[in-house]
Design a protein around this ligand. Structure first.
Ligand SMILES: Cc1cc2nc3c(=O)[nH]c(=O)nc-3n(C[C@H](O)[C@H](O)[C@H](O)COP(=O)(O)OP(=O)(O)OC[C@H]3O[C@@H](n4cnc5c(N)ncnc54)[C@H](O)[C@@H]3O)c2cc1C
Ligand code: FES
Length: 275
């Protein structure tokens, strides 16, 4: 359990970047010292003073030891208050919490990363860690789906990944716009053509639950075993330390047994709504 599991530490916004309409990335630095280490896939509880606290995944590299990076979509009271913070503003941070993507365990296998919309944010630390040690992995494929070309998160970083000869990056949009020459359609449809060895592949998946359901069927159709598929789950959080029960998912708590969960451990409850 992190040292600040119960009481938020005060951080300041060191940098703020608008990614898309309604989506900002905040770089947060502690008022003194360095942030605690985290593993790709983990999350912090961000507290907008006087408004409330929400769980937000790390979206920066775990090798960045100066700041926490979080990408926030402004959907409700708390996330809007976080999105409006400007450089120099302060907020509370508890964490890091939760389980991590199996970045080390995936070494030696092909890695298939499937992201929908803002789901690319919790996967970005894993992608950066894998690309930093690219030789340890087999084929690496990133499949990303968003609503339209204007909704493409981390556009310039995606372009950098695309330029590499050792990563296969495919982007699809639900709705094309004039000038779009890429795929059109939902991201699970890209799985059928992706090049990977289903017997030796680790799949990392994050996006809306409905998208993850279709991704799971497509992965199973290709023959990827349930125990090689990892999902990042979201549920409302309050305590983040397994006490309040707000994040319960069947017998598991997303805050401590997740958010990254191996699919074979949750297959029985994944398709049940609001468990
Ligand atoms: C482990 C974990 C990691 C998370 N990582 C991130 C992250 O990296 N970035 C991020 O922005 N959020 C992330 N979330 C979601 C975040 O914690 C909040 O649920 C979300 O920001 C809404 O909080 P709110 O209080 O602003 O809105 P609320 O007041 O709770 O909700 C307002 C309205 O928005 C709807 N809503 C809630 N969540 C979403 C959503 N994700 N997309 C669209 N509509 C929604 C609600 O149904 C409601 O109608 C994560 C959640 C978990 C559990
Ligand atoms: S958020 Fe309280 S038990 Fe998970």
């Amino acid at each position: 359990m992190p040292a600040n599991a119960f009481t938020p530490s005060v951080y300041r916004v060191a940098r703020r970047r608008r990614e898309l309409a309604g989506v900002v990335t905040l770089e947060l630095a502690p008022l003194s010292g360095a942030p605690p280490a985290f593993a790709p896939g983990q999350f912090n509880m961000l507290y907008a003073f006087g408004v409330g606290e929400v769980a937000v995944s790390m979206s920066g590299a775990a090798s960045d030891t100066d700041t926490f990076v979080h990408t926030v979509r402004e959907v409700g009271a708390v996330s809007r208050a976080l999105g409006q913070l400007r450089p120099g503003a302060t907020l509370g941070v508890r964490g890091p919490f939760g389980t991590a993507w199996p970045v080390a365990a995936a070494a030696g296998t092909d890695v298939l990363i499937v992201a929908g919309g803002l789901g690319l944010a919790p996967l970005r630390p894993a992608i950066r860690a894998i690309l930093a040690e690219r030789a340890r992995y087999g084929r690496v494929t990133i499949l990303f789906g968003c609503r339209n070309p204007g909704e493409m998160l981390y556009r310039s970083e995606l372009a950098q990944w695309r330029r590499r000869f050792d990563v296969d990056v495919e982007v699809t949009v639900d709705h094309a716009e004039p000038g779009w020459r890429g795929h059109v359609g939902v991201v699970p449809a890209l799985i059928a053509q992706a090049e990977f060895d289903p017997r030796e592949t680790t799949a990392l998946v994050c996006g809306p639950e409905i998208m993850m359901r279709f991704v799971l069927s497509a992965l199973r159709e290709r023959g990827v075993a349930d125990e090689h598929i990892y999902l990042s789950m979201e549920r409302n959080m309050k305590c983040a330390i397994g006490l309040c029960g707000h994040c319960q998912f069947g017998p598991a708590f997303i805050c401590k047994d997740g958010p990254v969960m191996r699919y074979d451990a949750i297959a029985g409850i994944f398709t049940v709504r609001e468990v």
